[in-house]
Design a binder for this molecule. Structure first.
Ligand code: ADP
Ligand code: MG
Length: 687
């Protein structure tokens, strides 16, 4: 073990305080602010690596302080430990200037009040390189930092991208300019005439730095608390409203006039925006929080960037709810939300006029619930669904639904009450369904709320404070299977407008299954298989008709299908697959297996698979832009819209009533818990 040389220790420490050019600028500007400056200008060359020059009009540095100015732990702001708790300056560690002299060449020019001339002196490794020289000077101090990291080759290399750091410096000064609106800031590149930051009033500086679109969409927020239990603070600032759209959150945060970061607060605000505004926009927020000095621990980070506060959770919660109130009260936001709610209700009531939908528009809920405890508890209240946030399409959905299904089929309500439903094998199958039912999942399915589709297959559902991903295909398949058994021999029928020839459909299915088309030798074989399957189904036609309402007429055409769930017709594109499956997969000899097989085939056919046409609102759009087929595109749009409508309005309501979820669904990925709200909220808050 060897003792490191002091200069090495100092350089390492310096590298921690001054991490990049922008950290040096921040320290220097803070010093200028501490010196009561009213004007601060910054000049930067090579992203700060070649030169950083900060000039202010502050009180200056006395001649007798210059020799120790750049030694470590020399400061004019702190004399004893207790002072730490009542400090109002930004610096106090006496490390910044010292650090800079270990990793750069620092030259200071300064003049104090009442002096006729100033002094200039250069430093290296904490000490003066020469006696201060008298020179002409304007009021205040100018500090030049040249060749930053000249002795830290690796650091210099990683920082070569100078444009990048200049941006950071401009960003820093912009933020400073917003907050210290009684100090004028300017920042320019060396040799440039025009400054990139030039500040006047607070809103003016926001406008000039972040643009008109930000400035005109800001609302003022204020909150303060003077609590005897010790939670004392006041906050004022600007937050963006619902018209502002951005992908990234900008939080300009000052705590006791110090530019800091506080990720907990940032997350908290983001959550409020996400939960309150319909558009998925990230906010712009400027906030200045003032609290008793002794409540801030600025020491947790060497660069003093991330702070922690006493009573942080309470403060954040108060700010959060203030922001929420502001957002909800903003006029444009409110009308926007109410429109959505009305839309949802009118479609619902026109669809089912007798449905017991709550008439209370949720936009008018007066009772306030904190966002992290908001739960969609009422599974029949549609206002909590994602749909509430979507723009209504000019064409109303129920219309689409009817126009689409009418093309291929018309529904004929017909009862065929046969006395056969007491066949013991069907009763056994139903008993099997009942005995496999998982009680916990049954509870979930009965009381869950549909939130929206997460992708083509999974729906997001909420049960109490838990979120689940539910595989719609598996769920609907099982539901259709169970309903087929329950309605056994008592189906209403769907009459096909054009009877479809079995052998052609089966052949189609066989060709679709074949991955190697154009293989002529096999085509013969396929035709033979199709022929055989058609013969088989013709043979079973009577039974299929009597028990399942699958009607095959005398010339081997499929002409009727059963209604498994009212208001729902299956995707006719899947008829070929269904017929092939009936022919191939059903075990006709054993009564129970036969009924099970046919029910499973029907279940699979009626399940809410993703439509065969690619989803035009996802990646699938590329498919249509390549083919430029407008009809196909609108077909696809209809098919996907209809499916989503059916999932929400047919599948989920029927599932709540009829589905007995088998235990296997708990483990096969059909129902996956993705989050519990309380935990999620905790995580968001922490990270
Ligand atoms: P700290 O700011 O933590 O005290 P610094 O190393 O940043 O430590 O600065 C050391 C001291 O130099 C400060 O306490 C202050 O007295 C003096 N000083 C630095 N910059 C300026 C300035 N621009 N104007 C007046 N005094 C300054
Ligand atoms: Mg300082």
């Amino acid at each position: 073990i060897q003792r490191l040389e002091e200069s090495v220790v100092n350089r390492i420490a310096a590298g921690e305080v001054i991490q990049r050019p922008v950290s040096a600028v921040k320290e220097l500007v803070e010093n200028s602010l501490d010196a009561d400056s009213s004007s601060i200008s910054v000049v930067v060359k090579d992203g700060g690596l070649k030169l950083i020059q900060v000039s202010d009009d502050g009180h200056g540095i006395r001649r007798e302080d210059l020799p120790i100015l750049c030694e470590r732990h020399t400061t004019s702001k702190l004399t004893k430990f207790e002072d730490l708790f009542s400090l109002s300056s930004m610096g106090f560690r006496g490390e910044a200037l010292a650090s800079m002299t270990y990793v750069a060449h620092v030259t200071v020019t300064t003049i104090t009040k009442g002096q006729i001339h100033g002094y200039r002196v250069s430093y290296r490794d904490g000490v003066m390189e020469h006696e201060p020289k008298a020179c002409a000077a304007v009021k205040g101090t100018q500090i030049m930092v040249e060749n930053l990291f000249y002795n830290m080759i690796a650091r210099r290399k990683t920082l070569q991208n100078s444009a990048d750091d200049y941006g950071k410096i401009v960003d820093l000064l912009s933020r400073m300019a917003i907050h210290y609106n009684n100090v004028s800031f300017s920042c320019r590149k060396h040799g440039a005439v025009k400054a990139d930051v030039h500040s006047v009033s607070r809103l003016d500086s926001i406008r000039s730095v972040y643009g008109v679109s930000v400035a005109k969409n800001l609302m003022k927020v204020e909150v303060s608390s003077c609590d005897s239990s010790g939670c004392t603070f006041d906050m004022e600032g600007f937050i963006s409203n619902s018209n502002y759209v951005a992908k990234k959150t900008i939080l300009v945060l000052f705590i006791n006039d110090r530019l800091v970061e506080c990720s907990a607060l940032k997350r908290a605000i983001e959550i409020v925006y996400a939960a309150t505004l319909p558009k998925a926009s990230k906010p712009f927020v400027y906030m200045s929080i003032n609290l008793p000095r002794e409540h801030v621990d600025i020491n947790i980070h060497p660069t003093k960037k991330e702070v922690s506060l006493l009573n942080q959770e309470i403060i954040i919660e108060m700010i959060q709810s203030e922001v929420e109130v502001k957002l909800r009260n903003a006029n444009d936001t409110r009308t926007f939300q109410e429109q959505k709610v009305e839309y949802i209700q009118s479609t619902l009531t026109s669809q089912k006029s007798d449905s017991p939908v709550s008439q209370k528009p949720s936009g008018q809920k007066t009772q306030k619930v904190p966002v992290n405890k908001m739960v969609r508890t009422d599974s029949s209240d549609p206002a909590g669904r994602l749909h509430a946030f979507l723009q209504p399409k000019p064409q109303s959905l129920p219309d689409k639904v009817s126009s689409l299904s009418v093309v291929r089929s018309s529904v004929r309500q017909r009862r065929n009450p046969k006395e056969t439903a007491d066949l013991s094998s069907v009763q056994e199958l139903i008993a099997g369904v009942d005995s496999c039912c998982h009680p916990g999942m049954l509870e979930t399915v009965r009381n869950c709320t549909y939130v929206g589709m997460a992708d083509d297959v999974f729906a997001l559902v909420q049960y109490n404070t838990h979120l689940y991903l539910a595989n719609v295909v598996n769920l609907s398949k099982e539901l259709m299977y169970q309903q087929t058994l329950r309605r056994f021999a008592h189906f209403n029928a769907i009459q096909l407008s054009d009877p479809a020839p079995l052998s052609e459909l089966i052949l189609l299915a066989l060709k679709e299954e074949d991955l190697d088309p154009g293989n002529d030798t096999k085509d013969d074989l396929k035709e033979r298989i199709a022929e055989m399957n058609t013969e088989l189904l013709k043979e079973k036609a009577e039974m299929l008709e009597e028990y399942f309402s699958v009607h095959i007429d005398s010339s081997a055409n499929l002409s009727r299908l059963p209604v498994i769930l009212d208001q729902y017709t299956p995707d006719m594109d899947r008829v070929p697959e269904f017929l092939l499956c009936l022919g191939n997969d059903v075990e006709w000899e054993d009564e129970k297996s036969c009924f099970q097989g046919v029910s499973a085939a029907i279940g699979n056919f009626y399940a809410m698979h993703p439509p065969l046409l690619p989803n035009p609102s996802g990646d699938g759009i590329q498919f249509y832009s390549k083919n430029l087929d407008q009809d196909l595109l609108s077909d696809a749009e209809n098919a996907w819209a209809q499916r989503e409508w059916s999932i929400q309005h047919v599948l989920f309501p029927s599932m709540r009533l009829f589905l007995k979820p088998p235990a296997s669904m708990a483990s096969n990925g059909t129902f996956v818990k993705v989050a519990s709200l309380e935990k999620l909220y905790k995580i968001f808050e922490r990270c």
